[in-house]
Design a protein around this ligand. Structure first.
Ligand code: ADP
Ligand code: GLC
Length: 489
């Protein structure tokens, strides 16, 4: 059994902008269940402090980094026994809103420094320098925000200071944590770290490179994405480094919180249902239609979309084929927030077609659950998708996904026409074009008209097991490998 420090910039339900939070809020619970002593380290955002209040917050340590006093607070992940350590400094605790940007949507201009300080806190805990009397043997870091931790730990490896092994998980290569050389100069890295096989990236500093170059093992969130990022098309300029690290790079599919996303007991939806009572699912649809002001009809197929409105999610494909889609007999329900141009385009379509399209802009957890439960078909035409959780939630809710065959979507959705039959659970198109998306939607709509075949696919989808247990065991193997690599280094 290992002592694990799980370092992350988001963890549901304390703070969330996307799937990273879902993973950080559920994988540690699975690892705890397997007997590990795991603690999450999270920045003490203002909003996270409010959400943690009920579980109780106590100060367990105070440290000083670059002349700044930083408190380490301890709480629990709400609804679990997992310990959460909060790195408390004004750069996080005295700012409202999003972890990465201000209310105006622009990145905080000191992001490099905030996440550098956060990484230093992780380093000090890792080296048992915080009077906590607890030392991890594994430090598991996630995405660019924590990329400097393995780089810092690589510096401190000596016989007198036992250093834990580091694991770095890539949730999204598109966010490389790029900052100026000036940012690098402010930090206390040795000069030779300014090199293209370390932290330098075409004249800039890249945080994610710290994780990829220095961690004892690197993982990403699906087997297909682990392959894809070694190619120029998906590697975001880091495919060369990833090929160098290929022996220590693996893909582990994300699990989901099977309790939180359970149509049988979900408190956020109108009507609970399961595989046996799947006929009740439609009550969610009529309820949502009423709520959103769409014509109420049990038979009209409802297409759902939930996600960050960014290029990754294939919004362009969706928009390009919108006019054709609007000629078909269906309703479209969208929930998302992101780029203004996408928000404006979607809002316009909803205004022009109030009888067919509903668009809700913003972040709304309850509505996300309701759309999963109500829709018949879920659209996820992502251009790239490291894992993707919404298609998995859709499968669990018997809402058949239409997806581009890429990354985690390829690893979780099997086309209705495949020979696997009992595993078929959705509609997959190969090349990311709007025409291919449209044809896949048409196939899904045609299949919806065949109730028997549709129900079979729904049952296939709902009976799949996406619990964390299997993936948590794969992470255990990675931890062992990281420890071996560290011992041999
Ligand atoms: P990504 O992490 O790339 O955003 P994922 O599919 O892995 O994509 O995870 C997205 C998570 O964020 C899901 O839990 C999804 O329900 C949630 N989500 C995304 N946008 C919204 C929104 N506007 N309102 C509520 N939940 C959202
Ligand atoms: C990222 C990816 C998404 C993945 C999530 C959790 O945000 O875009 O595909 O599911 O992280 O790993």
């Amino acid at each position: 059994m290992n002592n694990i420090l799980f370092v992350t910039s988001e963890a549901h339900p304390l703070i969330k902008t996307g799937g990273l939070a879902d993973v950080a809020g559920s994988l540690p619970r699975a690892l705890l269940k397997l007997g590990h002593d795991i603690k999450i380290l999270l920045p003490a955002y203002a909003s996270a402090l409010i959400k943690a209040k009920d579980a109780g917050i106590k100060k367990i340590s105070q440290i000083s980094i670059h002349g700044q006093d930083i408190n380490i607070l301890q709480t629990r992940l709400p609804g679990s026994r997992v310990t959460v350590l909060l790195a408390d400094m004004p750069q996080f605790s005295e700012r409202e809103g999003n972890p990465y940007c201000g209310p105006d949507g622009n990145d905080w201009d000191d992001n490099h420094w905030r996440f550098f300080l956060f990484a230093k806190v992780a380093q000090m805990i890792a080296l048992n320098q915080t009077n906590m009397n607890w030392q991890p043997d594994i430090v598991h870091c996630n995405d660019w925000q924590t990329g400097l931790v393995p780089a810092l730990l690589a510096q401190t490896n000596s016989a007198s200071t036992p250093t834990p092994a580091s694991v770095f998980t890539i949730h999204n290569m598109a966010y490389r944590g790029l900052f100026s050389h000036q940012a690098f100069a402010e930090m206390d890295f040795p000069q030779h770290y300014w090199h293209h096989d370390k932290l330098e990236f075409y004249g800039q500093m890249s945080f994610i490179k710290g994780g990829i170059a220095f961690a004892d093992a690197v993982t990403t969130v699906s087997p297909s994405y682990a392959e894809e990022i070694k190619s120029p098309e998906f590697g975001c300029g880091l495919d060369g480094l990833l090929r160098v690290r290929a022996k220590n790079l693996s893909g582990i599919l994300n699990g989901i919180d099977m309790d939180e996303w359970n149509p049988g007991s979900d408190k956020l939806i109108q009507q609970n249902y399961n595989q046996r009572t799947i006929n009740l699912k439609v009550k969610n649809k009529t309820h949502l239609q009423e709520k959103l002001g769409l014509p109420v009809s049990e038979t009209i197929p409802m297409l759902g979309f939930i996600g960050r409105l960014v290029e990754q999610k294939g919004i362009d494909l969706l928009l390009e084929q919108m006019n054709q889609l609007l000629t078909l007999n269906c309703q479209l329900v969208i929930l998302g927030s992101g780029f203004e141009s996408y928000e404006l385009a979607l809002r316009k379509i909803a205004l022009q077609h109030p009888d067919k399209v509903s668009v809700t802009l913003g972040y709304n957890e309850a509505l996300a659950h309701q759309i999963e439960a109500s829709s018949d078909i879920f659209l996820m035409p992502s251009i790239f998708e490291p894992c993707g959780l919404n298609q998995i939630y859709s499968l669990r809710y018997g809402t058949l996904p239409v997806v581009h065959a890429v990354g985690g979507l390829r690893d979780t959705v099997i086309d209705a026409n495949s020979e696997t039959d009992d595993l078929n659970n959705g509609f997959v198109f190969n090349e990311a074009t709007s025409e291919n998306l449209h044809q896949a939607i048409k196939r899904a709509l045609a299949c919806y008209e065949q109730p028997q075949q549709w129900k079979k696919l729904q049952i296939n989808a709902m009976k799949q097991n996406f619990s964390w247990e299997k993936s948590a065991r794969l992470y255990e193997e990675v931890y062992s490998k990281a420890l071996r690599n560290k011992a041999e280094a």
